[in-house]
Design a protein around this ligand. Structure first.
Ligand code: NAD
Length: 336
């Protein structure tokens, strides 16, 4: 557990309550929790936002639940903690599910899609240069190897879902980089005859997500496009307070809410912890604890459907910890 900055400690505390309730409900499940420091709060103390001690601790674990962290923006500051951890563990896929939830206003009632974002290259390669005063260049790195790897995951996921992959790109303009990406996706598609592949330009996709989001299943795309489209998709189904994401590689997973550290709400016990609780649910799925994950999902759905406790973003005035306690109680109730 990496509590992080701003609202991070309170939303991860909420998720911890839920995980402890799951552990109590399922006698054969035993978690060992370790807690590590990371985020802006570490910089003064350790000179970095991801201390070596934290990376060493993570290497002893199977997965981590990461609270949001404030990213320093001044020149020369360390990169975002999430980016450092993604690179250290080669977490090449960012998985962001978006689903209409009971009792939560959504653009359409039947949205169920996943934005799958390549997590290691593209415009997030961090290679930017000032080539002359007032003239900057950023490198958009796309490789066939990384594109095939993310495409493979997209088709594997679609095969277990609605058998539909949408490849999002801007090949008409970015002919070299998105040419490599689209060709790689098409090559992988040849192995998955039961999955339909279509392709959409990113600008058209931004529009179609609003017009007909229910028509999509797995949307696979490059790093920056995926970042933008997944925030848009989150808003279609209730906003950032409910959106969870996974960062997975071949041997490690990091799970986090999509939202940031929302500093102005820090310590107020008012923000929605469900995004982090759903990130914990994704972590249980990753750890092959699908029954435990199902229990968390069922409890969250029930609490949302009942609508008795809600945080401000969903029109209520319940506290962060009240939501966590109610979900934890539901887990105990369902387990007996
Ligand atoms: P933010 O997501 O922190 O907050 C934007 C707004 O969204 C908030 O003011 C609030 O109105 C709402 N919001 C966010 N989380 C909510 C929740 N759980 N419940 C209810 N409402 C919620 O975005 P920001 O203000 O642009 O960024 C703040 C800091 O977080 C920045 O330093 C940014 O770099 C960082 N950040 C970190 C991560 C991460 O750690 N993965 C992700 C995004 C942003």
């Amino acid at each position: 557990m990496l509590p992080g900055d701003g609202i991070g400690p309170e939303v991860t505390e909420a998720a911890l309550k839920v995980l402890k309730a799951v552990q109590k409900a399922k006698k054969n499940l035993k978690f060992i929790f370790s807690f590590g420091e990371a985020g802006l709060n570490c910089i003064k103390k350790h000179g970095t936002n991801v201390p070596q001690r934290t990376l060493d601790m993570l290497r002893q674990t199977d997965a981590c639940l990461k609270g949001p962290m404030t990213t320093p923006e001044e020149a020369g500051a360390p990169p975002s903690a999430a980016v450092t951890i993604r690179k250290a563990f080669n977490l090449y896929a960012n998985v962001r599910p978006c689903k209409s939830l009971p009792g939560v206003p959504a653009l359409k009632p039947n949205i169920d899609l996943i934005v799958l974002r390549e997590n290691t290259e593209g415009l997030y390669s961090g290679q930017e240069f000032m080539v002359a005063p007032g003239k900057g260049v950023a490198l958009r790195i796309v490789t066939e190897q990384a594109s095939k790897r993310i495409a493979e995951l997209a088709f594997e996921m679609a095969q277990k879902r609605k058998h539909h992959v949408t490849c999002v790109h801007k090949r008409n303009i970015l002919r070299v980089t998105d040419g490599i990406f689209v060709d790689a996706v098409m090559k992988i598609a040849e192995k998955y005859s039961q999955v339909t592949l279509d392709e959409v330009h990113v600008d058209a996709m931004a529009m179609r997500l609003v017009k007909e989001p229910e028509k999509f299943d797995v949307i696979v795309t490059t790093n920056l496009f995926g970042d933008i489209l997944s925030d848009e998709a989150a808003q279609l189904v209730g906003g950032l307070g409910l959106a969870a994401g996974a960062n997975v590689g071949s041997s490690y997973g990091m799970f986090e809410p999509v939202h940031g550290s929302a500093p102005k709400y820090a310590g107020k016990n008012t923000v929605n912890p469900i995004a982090t609780i759903l990130a914990a649910k994704m972590m249980l799925d990753y750890l092959n604890e699908s029954e435990a994950a199902g229990l968390v999902e069922k409890a969250v759905m029930e609490v949302l459907k009942e609508g008795k406790v809600r945080t401000y973003d969903l029109g209520g005035n319940s506290s962060t910890q009240e939501i966590a306690d109610t979900i934890a109680d539901k887990i105990s109730f369902f387990a007996h």
